[in-house]
Design a protein around this ligand. Structure first.
Ligand SMILES: *Cc1c(COP(=O)(O)O)cnc(C)c1O
Ligand code: SF4
Length: 316
């Protein structure tokens, strides 16, 4: 998926909005990237479209704000081997790729040193050995980047390697692909994920009900039919989903697609993303409203990631 020019996007949508200048280093490092199926769901002529706001590089990204830093969640301290993050008991996260189908401007890994964390097959052996040596690890999370940007044969390689480690019982995949490019969820991919001895969980990442259409529903349904547990995590984002109406609609829409809400994250304070930040108090008040309007199973857990803690920290 080739990066796009902001002007080109504005032209396509019939908009004129101030963008981060094309030559800015922040855009060189983390270009505007938006896949066609998602682009299709952005409303033309609406500069406040909640899908557009997630991907459009704003001049505000250059502002340096107190409390916002390149590594807000302390990942560089939890990096025992290249490609592995091991922060929480029982769960290890593998950074299997640095690529994403979309660039979310609020992403907390936008400054992550992926170059130092791209082990290549040889070195993956060493990282897999780390998993083998720690029998307390029962769940492996494939993350990145977006693991479903990898071709099936690479995913199959990881699955086969992990299947040889007896204490790993669950595989979890953190991905935006079923939303961004639902066509990625092919019968072959479903077969690959289903034909494993693991219990498989797929955590999609959707922030707004408008991200769903029939194709996304079909992708979720095929994953569900393959026996995969589907969960969603969202980030609470200013002007995108910071209203009870937006969050209620999202939970309802997720459930329609067979997905349960899991986490609603307070923004990780990564440099360049301050314009997305929603105060914790607002988050708590929104959750109260959701509790008053939705069945308990459709209310996500509001959490913040605090470096050094043994789990995501519940808020409220
Ligand atoms: C968020 C995260 C996990 C998963 O945490 P859960 O609460 O189990 O969803 C695991 N490892 C790392 C490094 C994480 O950031
Ligand atoms: S898809 Fe995930 S990892 Fe990639 S830019 Fe978006 S939030 Fe970040």
């Amino acid at each position: 998926m080739a990066p796009m020019h902001s002007t080109e996007l504005c032209n396509l949508l019939g908009l004129q909005i101030d963008s981060l200048p094309q030559e800015h280093p922040l855009l060189k490092q983390f270009p505007l990237r938006v896949p066609a199926p998602y682009l299709k769901r952005i409303e033309k002529g609406n500069p406040a479209d909640p899908l557009l706001l997630q991907i459009f590089p704003r001049p505000e990204e250059t502002l340096s704000m107190p409390g916002f830093s390149p590594d807000p969640v302390g990942e560089s301290e939890a990096n025992p081997k290249p490609g592995i993050l091991h922060k929480y008991k029982g769960r290890a996260l593998l950074l299997v790729t640095s690529s994403c189908a979309i660039h979310c401007r609020y992403c907390f890994r936008r400054h992550f040193p992926y170059e130092e964390n791209n082990p290549g097959k040889e070195h993956w052996r060493e990282s897999l050995e780390y998993l083998k040596q720690d029998s307390s690890i029962s769940e492996v999370i494939l993350s990145g980047g977006d693991p479903l940007t990898l071709p099936d044969k690479y995913l199959a390689w990881f699955m086969a390697e992990l299947a040889q480690i007896n204490h790993i019982r669950r595989i979890r995949i953190h991905t935006r692909l079923p939303i961004m490019i639902p066509q990625r969820v092919t019968p072959d991919l479903c077969k690959l994920l289903a034909n494993q001895r693991f219990q498989t969980i797929l955590v999609i990442h959707s922030n707004h009900a408008q991200e769903f259409d029939d194709e996304v529903d079909a992708a979720c349904l095929s994953l569900k039919k393959a026996g995969i547990t589907l969960l969603n995590q969202s980030v609470l984002l200013k002007h995108i989903n910071d209203s009870s109406d937006a969050l209620v609609a999202l939970s309802e829409r997720l459930f329609k697609a067979g997905v349960l809400p899991y986490y609603l994250h307070l923004l990780d304070r990564v440099s360049g993303a301050a314009h997305f930040d929603v105060p914790e108090e607002t988050g708590k008040a929104l959750i109260k409203e959701l509790q008053a309007q939705l069945p308990g199973y459709l209310v996500p857990k509001l959490v913040r990631e605090i470096p050094g803690q043994e789990a995501k920290t519940p808020v409220g």
